[in-house]
Structure formats: structure tokens, C-alpha cells
Write a protein that binds this ligand. Structure first.
Ligand code: UDP
Length: 324
């Protein structure tokens, strides 16, 4: 072995030291990688935390403004509800032939719902009752003190008894819960924007006359009704709602009485129609006469109707001409 040649031992030493260096390098690299991974993870965690904080902040802000909006809306509702000008009108009702058997249920159910609402909100509530509560009246004209003559089991009963029961509920809510109620009894009312298919006598006659169809008179046509123009009714309703210390019931109607024959004649004349009158069977329990006693409305509300039948018919005929 020459002096230049390394002994096996020396080679082994070299190898050992190279391996140690490589191991150290490896360890250093691994440590660097670990450090930067740690750093990256921390940065990522910080970014996630920032995002969570941002979401929290905006959720907090949104919740705050939703809370404020809710509070505002609640106050507005309370203000409106306890405002003596907050009114609820229970005008729901349908004529018997349209309403069928659901009428009394809906009328009573509706009245109960609205009374509950009025009680909660401390609102004044108006029940739009009608002359139906008098049924086929034996007293003429009908004052509010008249209890009526109603068939409880007839075809018209759903309408009549629905209105009577609603009045009872209104009075009980006043007596038992102090609800600030108003009851008006509306007599036959007509005017523009009536439904042409509603089946009411004024709309039927005008539509038939304008179309040149036969005017259908039910029964002999000698039964009477007193027709009120809609603007007069609205004025009466507003006065009733704005009057303190009087809850009714009060009649709102025009006491000028006409037979259905007279009405048909007037409509034919005013429309210039060539329609002829025909007679059809009188519906069951159709009241023979109806005329409101409006002294109470005059005394308590300073109200009386101002629009005579001819004037109201003119406006109503013009309306139906425009839509037919
Ligand atoms: N009527 C009529 N012809 C018609 C529609 C109704 O003769 O085409 C009669 C009906 O029999 C009643 C009166 O007109 O005697 C008033 O009827 P409406 O339905 O307008 O009101 P209500 O009977 O509720 O008073």
C-alpha cells in the first residue's frame, strides 16, 4: 500500500463524515421545510381568523340594523294601533246566492278574527251590518230597536243570521273586553263599480236595460226597497267612526221607498232602453218591504242621505255604459 493510498479505516472515516454532513443537511432542510410549513399554516390560520372576524362583524352589524328596523316597525305598529285614528272595518259579507252555505261561518269567523285583532291593537272597529238583521220586517219603517223577523232555517238565513251573530259578538267584545266597536246597519246601496253579475236589483236592471235584454222582476214587483247611493253611505260610515261615545247599531239608508216595478220603469226611461219587463218567481223569504228609520243617525251623527235615486242612477248607468 502506497503512502498516497488511504487506508480502509480512513475511507471509512471519510464516508462517515460525509454521511454525517448529508444527514445534517437533510435535517436542516427538513427543519426549514417544517418552519415554513408552520409559518404558512400560521398565516393561513390568521387569514381564516380574519375572515371569521369579518363575518362576525358584518353579522353583528346586520343583526343590529335588523333589530333597529324591527324596533322601528314595532313602534310604528303600536303607534298606529293605539292611535284613535286606527280603524278596522269588518265589511265582509256576501249575498246569499253567491255565498251559499259558507256565509254564516265566514261572517262569524271573520268577525271573531277582526275582534281579536282590534282587542290586541286597541283599535276602533266597525261592523258593517245590514238591514238583513230585520229579516222580513213586521214593523215599518224599521228603527234600530226593532228585533226583526228572521227565519232561522231558510235559504236566506245564512246571510241574516250571519249578520245577527256578528252583531252579538261585537256587543259581547265591547261588554267583556272593552273593545271600541261601531255597528252600522246598511240598507240597499248601489253605485258605480258594482259587479255586473252581482245579482242585485239595481245592477241587474241597468245591465239588462243597456243590453236590450228582458228586465227580470221577481214576484209581483210590488215589494219595496229604499235605495241609498254609495257616497251617502261612505259619509255615514266616516261620521260613525269619528263620533265618540256612540257605538250603534245605527241604520244608514235612504228612506225614500220604491217598488221594484217603479225602479224598472225608471231604469228603462233613463237608459232609453227598449227592454220589456218579465216576471220571475219570487225567491224564498224575500222581504216584502224595507225602509230605514234614520232618526238616530240624524241625532247622533248629524247625517242624512243627500243623493236622490235619479241622480245616483245617472252616475251608475254612466258607469255600466262605460264597461259593457
Ligand atoms: N229583484 C228583482 N229582479 C232582479 C233582482 C232582484 O225583482 O233581477 C228583487 C228581489 O227579489 C228583491 C229586490 O229586488 O225583492 C231587491 O233585491 P236585491 O237582491 O237587490 O236586494 P235585497 O233582496 O238584499 O234587499
Amino acid at each position: 500500500m502506497s503512502s498516497n493510498e488511504k487506508s480502509v479505516k480512513e475511507v471509512a472515516e471519510d464516508l462517515k463524515s460525509a454521511a454525517a454532513d448529508a444527514g445534517k443537511d437533510l435535517k436542516d432542510h427538513a427543519q426549514d421545510a417544517l418552519d415554513s410549513a408552520r409559518h404558512g399554516a400560521r398565516e393561513a390560520a390568521d387569514a381564516v381568523q380574519d375572515a371569521v372576524d369579518d363575518v362576525k362583524d358584518s353579522a353583528h352589524a346586520a343583526a343590529g340594523s335588523a333589530k333597529r328596523a324591527l324596533k322601528k316597525a314595532k313602534h310604528r305598529l303600536e303607534d298606529e294601533a293605539t292611535d284613535p285614528n286606527a280603524f278596522i272595518d269588518d265589511l265582509a259579507a256576501r249575498a246569499p246566492e253567491l255565498a251559499g252555505l259558507s256565509a254564516p261561518l265566514k261572517q262569524v269567523e271573520g268577525a271573531l278574527n277582526m275582534l281579536g285583532l282590534a282587542k290586541r291593537c286597541k283599535a276602533r272597529i266597525l261592523q258593517a251590518s245590514t238591514s238583513e238583521v230585520y229579516g222580513d220586517p213586521m214593523v215599518h219603517p224599521q228603527p234600530e230597536t226593532y228585533w226583526g223577523n228572521v227565519n232561522p232555517v231558510g235559504v236566506r238565513s245564512c246571510y241574516d243570521e250571519g249578520k245577527r251573530c256578528a252583531e252579538t259578538l261585537f256587543m259581547d267584545y265591547r261588554r267583556m273586553n272593552g273593545v271600541d266597536i261601531r255597528i252600522i246597519r246598511i240598507f240597499n246601496t248601489y253605485g258605480p263599480r258594482m259587479n255586473p253579475n252581482d245579482g242585485r236589483v239595481v245592477s241587474n236592471f241597468i245591465v239588462q236595460a243597456l243590453k236590450g235584454e228582458d228586465i227580470t222582476i221577481y214576484g209581483t214587483g210590488r215589494q219595496t226597497r229604499s235605495f241609498q247611493y254609495v257616497d251617502d253611505l261612505v259619509e255615514g260610515m266616516v261620521r260613525m267612526m269619528n263620533t265618540e261615545g256612540f257605538s250603534g247599531p245605527v241604520n244608514l239608508g235612504n228612506p225614500v221607498e220604491f217598488t221594484m216595478l217603479e225602479l224598472a220603469e225608471k231604469v228603462i226611461e233613463m237608459t232609453g232602453s227598449s227592454s220589456k219587463t218579465v216576471f220571475r218567481p219570487l225567491p224564498l223569504d224575500d222581504p216584502a218591504q224595507r225602509k230605514p228609520d234614520i232618526r238616530l243617525a240624524g241625532e247622533k251623527l248629524g247625517w242624512k242621505p243627500n243623493i236622490p235615486l235619479e241622480k245616483g242612477l245617472e252616475k251608475t248607468i254612466a258607469y255600466f255604459r262605460s264597461i259593457l
